[in-house]
Design a binder for this molecule. Structure first.
Ligand SMILES: NC(=O)c1ccc[n+]([C@@H]2O[C@H](COP(=O)([O-])OP(=O)(O)OC[C@H]3O[C@@H](n4cnc5c(N)ncnc54)[C@H](OP(=O)(O)O)[C@@H]3O)[C@@H](O)[C@H]2O)c1
Length: 339
């Protein structure tokens, strides 16, 4: 019998891609979120799926939303606001918890605070199972391979544009507030906070992108997920300057669908170089739409949690719990890999 999965925040931009991916793979997810009207509108697109209204300030409603499910995928952010309540509910219900959080601070909290409780409840907690935090971690883990540690891991994001959703903007705002407006970088084996503006530079991506102007020190959730399981001194992050300009422009519109699946025309390349003792290993992945590709990432993860090949209960990141190369290769329809 197939397990049931609850998607919380099911009607958000990312939640809708996740629901569609689950349905495409033969699941019948429970649609959950705090707004009954938005849930009903999503239900019209997916007739027959159960809908449960639940709010993070009402634990009993969350328990009802999770009842009968074997895992919950939390797509409702800012995760600083939703993750603790959803994780507590998953622990009470003894079901796996996954989220798509890109917030550095929320992911740090999740990775730090629930190990013992997850083991006691016999569940797996897997935050940042998404484009930011998940994909970079999988690429870095596959690149590092059999090295016991790395001196430096560089992650360069080649986004053609970035039309942020309201959820992305809200998450960025919460994170900025939590770190007092400072920037964060991973250097000398830990997170450091900086006040001065990040310098700009260039990054030479594999073809067809080639050399692009980039913002340096553009630290994302990978700076939390990678060092959670790979000893590394420095993580350097880069983002194409055009994407940063879109992100900080208050006039940027939300992403618009460019095909019947809802994907936008945005393209991405994530280029990872790991260095150790003078050697370098490189692996990159390219595809379309950073929000849409989060769906196959998190749905592949939830399926693998049920295939019996993962680790014992606990709190993990993507690269830590899965065979990174095998995971990436399984998504060949969505991710083009280049070494
Ligand atoms: N790591 C990654 O690569 C990655 C990829 C995709 C998305 N994300 C993250 O996922 C989150 C959602 O993104 P999105 O693109 O789907 O944004 P979105 O379209 O704006 O959707 C946000 C969703 O979160 C729900 N929500 C917000 N605050 C809530 C709260 N306090 N309680 C319950 N529900 C709440 C919203 O419900 P209402 O409409 O009822 O407010 C909505 O369903 C963001 O934090 C984003 O950064 C990360």
């Amino acid at each position: 019998m197939q397990h049931q999965v609850t998607v919380y925040g099911a009607y958000g931009h990312t939640g809708r891609f996740v629901v569609a991916e689950l349905v495409k793979r033969g699941w019948a997810p429970v649609l959950a979120g705090r707004d009954a009207a938005k849930l009903a509108a999503l239900g019209d697109r997916f007739p027959g799926l159960a809908r449960r209204v639940a709010s993070t300030d009402d634990p009993m409603s969350l328990d009802r939303a999770l009842a009968g499910s074997a895992a919950v995928i939390n797509c409702a952010g800012p995760f600083a606001e939703t993750a603790p309540a959803l994780i507590e509910a998953a622990l009470r219900s003894k079901i796996h918890y996954l989220d798509v959080a890109a917030e550095i601070e929320a992911n740090l909290d999740t990775l730090a605070n629930y190990e013992e409780q997850a083991r006691d409840a016999g569940i797996i907690i897997l935050p940042a199972m998404a484009f930011f935090g998940g994909l970079g971690d999988l690429l870095a883990t596959a690149a590092v391979g059999d090295w016991p540690m790395a001196d430096e891991i560089s992650i360069a994001y080649g986004l053609s544009s970035w039309r942020p959703t309201a959820g992305t903007r809200a998450a960025g705002q919460v994170s900025r507030q939590r770190r007092g407006g400072r920037r964060v970088v991973y250097a000398n084996g830990g997170l450091e906070y900086r006040d001065h503006p990040a310098p700009s530079g260039e990054w030479t991506f594999p073809t067809p992108l080639g050399t692009q102007p980039v913002a340096t020190e553009f630290t994302m959730a990978d700076a939390v997920t990678i060092p959670h399981h790979i000893p590394v001194k420095d993580i350097k992050s880069f983002m194409t300057s055009c994407a940063v300009s879109d992100l900080i422009d208050p006039a940027s519109e939300q992403p618009t669908a460019d095909d019947e699946s809802g994907r936008s025309s945005q393209t991405f390349m994530v280029d990872v170089i790991a260095r150790s003792n003078g050697d370098a290993r490189r692996l990159s992945a390219s595809g379309r739409d950073i929000y849409a590709v989060t769906a196959p990432l998190v749905v592949e993860a939830v399926e693998r949690l049920f295939d019996g090949k993962t680790r014992p209960p606990g709190v993990y990141t993507a690269g830590q719990i899965f065979d990174a190369r095998d995971f990436l290769q399984s998504l060949s329809a969505e991710l083009r890999l280049a070494a």
